[in-house]
Ligand binder design. Structure first.
Ligand code: BGC
Length: 390
């Protein structure tokens, strides 16, 4: 009789678990995040953070800020870097799941390659925050935290228009521009490129901006893994093929600082002209800020990753406390920086992912002190170049 009761109890429990599993998978990602199987205790719990690589400067800063902020809130942190190797990142995430983290924060190396491993996160009811880059083709993502990526590119394009004083009604002058975009495996890269290109296209159509290489499509100008060396080699080829005859290059529109660094090196070594080429960037990497101080790079779009980390930690904390965060988190968290809650713009091919988007800032030689040093994000080194704080 006792055995029969035990069997009935076991069967009931099994049916209950199956039912929970099925209903959770039909819920929105945010709702399933709320139903995390192993909610963290009031203070504490384990956070798994998967970063792409240490070789691109900013992810070192992101990792440090995130780890520190989570630990200050009483969480334990497992932070992994995956050497820009997609298979390694899949393994690293598998290990974090096996280590029973309560929540995952992931920057995907390839936004389309994590669907399988993230199914294990869904099965284990581990909420996932897609950090900075949107992870595609999965129902595992509860939230996306990033900057307004389209605006990053838009700011670069607008900088070019303003600096050259372009006017659609004045076709008497024309300028030459070349584009260098980011990694096609990074969902952000298209947003950056489109943001810049949409601003500049009317001037290209009017013949005010010319592209001697003819390379204007994202696939033609993309840079695998955002590698400095790849950007350098491509720009050297462009200079050899289209500028060796003395043609003037006026603008090198680069989507970020790692690519700008390569393009700047190519221009320094292989460009015959004597004019200062306008070079754009993004991130505020130290080497690029030094180039800005020295007049070799014109601008960077700065994204305060310390604030991106703050949003992520407050969001994770709310999720793990069983809340279902939405736009009201922006007020309740009391952040001192601007952030918008956007439920429309970022679709990962599975659902529109609720997004917290921060606001990027244009940094030039003229406002480095005000925007980066006075704000405490950097200190000014004794060599006159800014050094990232933290
Ligand atoms: C980030 C940029 C960064 C690039 C390369 C992008 O996803 O948004 O800030 O420059 O990756 O690391």
């Amino acid at each position: 009789m006792k055995k029969l009761i035990a069997l009935v109890l076991a069967l009931t429990l099994a049916l209950f678990l199956v039912a929970c599993g099925t209903s959770a998978s039909k819920e929105s990602p945010a709702a399933s995040a709320e139903a995390s199987e192993s909610p963290a205790p009031e203070a504490g719990g384990k956070i798994g953070i998967a970063m792409p690589t240490k070789s691109l400067e900013r992810w070192n800063r992101d990792g440090t800020f995130l780890q520190k902020a989570f630990e200050e809130k009483g969480y334990e942190v497992e932070l992994v870097y995956s050497d820009n190797d997609v298979n390694k990142q899949v393994n690293d995430i598998e290990n974090l799941i096996a280590d029973k983290v309560n929540l995952l924060v992931i920057v995907a190396i390839d936004g389309e390659s994590l669907s399988n491993v993230l199914q294990s996160a869904v099965d284990a009811k581990i909420p996932v925050i897609s950090y900075d880059r949107l992870i595609m083709n999965t129902d595992a993502i509860s939230y996306y935290v990033s900057f307004d990526n389209y605006t990053v590119g838009k700011l670069q394009g607008e900088y070019v228009v303003k600096t050259l004083g372009l006017d659609l009604n004045d076709t008497s002058k024309s300028y030459n521009i070349e584009f260098t975009a980011g990694d096609p495996a990074d969902n952000n890269a298209g947003f950056f490129f489109n943001g810049a290109f949409d601003v500049l296209k009317p001037y290209i159509d009017a013949g005010i901006l010319k592209v001697p290489s003819g390379q204007t499509k994202f696939e033609e100008v993309a840079t695998a893994q955002w590698k400095t060396e790849t950007a350098l080699n491509r720009m050297q080829n462009i200079l050899a093929s289209f500028y060796a005859n003395g043609t003037q290059l006026d603008v090198a529109l680069c989507s970020n600082d790692s690519t700008a660094l390569g393009v700047t090196q190519a221009i320094e070594s292989d460009y015959k002209g004597t004019n200062t080429v306008i070079i754009t960037g993004q991130d505020g990497d130290e080497a690029n800020l030094a180039n800005i101080v020295d007049g070799k790079q014109s601008m960077t779009v700065y994204k305060a990753v310390a604030n991106e980390a703050v949003v992520t930690v407050d969001l994770a904390d709310a999720i793990l406390k069983g809340e279902k965060p939405d736009g009201s988190l922006i007020d309740s968290a009391g952040w001192t920086f601007d952030c918008t809650y956007d439920t429309e713009s970022y679709d990962n091919n599975n659902a529109k992912i609720p997004s917290y988007l921060l606001v990027p800032t244009v940094v030039t030689k003229d406002n480095i002190q005000k925007e980066l040093v006075d704000t405490g994000y950097y200190t000014m080194g004794s060599d006159g170049y800014p050094k990232a704080a933290g």
